[in-house]
Design a protein around this ligand. Sequence first.
Ligand code: RP5
Length: 166
Amino acid sequence: MTKVGIVMGSDSDMPVMAKAADILEKLGVEYEMTIISAHREPDTFFEYAKSAESKGWKVIIAGAGMAAHLPGMCAAIFPMPVIGIPMHTTSLGGRDSLYSIVQMPSGIPVATVAINGGANAGLLAAKILATSDPELLQRLKDYSAQMKAQVEAKAARLDEVGYKNY
Ligand code: RP5
């Protein structure tokens, strides 16, 4: 059953949003991904946000750039967690997106990840779902153990190239 909605403001956001989808795929979490511009097609956006709860979704991941209203407007309508991903932008380096998403007024939170933080958004969504899904929690623990092993393997290679590995 689909538990996560992934939405982005433009197809230009896709390389970052794909990282969220990839992580969810890896962890066995079903999602639906789409492109909806809150500014360019507000009617479509409202229909999307209003129907999300009845579709059984538990988390929405929303990515947008520039005057990035998509995550905040999702949070205004959808009653469960919304994770916002600020896109890097050429003119202001993504600070515009970051401030637009992170500076929500009191009462309407958006859990904002780093600029272009697609993978962490996917992980955070999985962690939220894992609070009531022990099997998913175990897969997340396995994922963390794999990361640890990868770092340890890199540290071990320092010896091979002549540096001391403490
Ligand atoms: C936002 O405007 C989108 O999320 C995108 O990051 C940015 C630029 O959109 P395009 O002009 O590339 O369609 O709505």
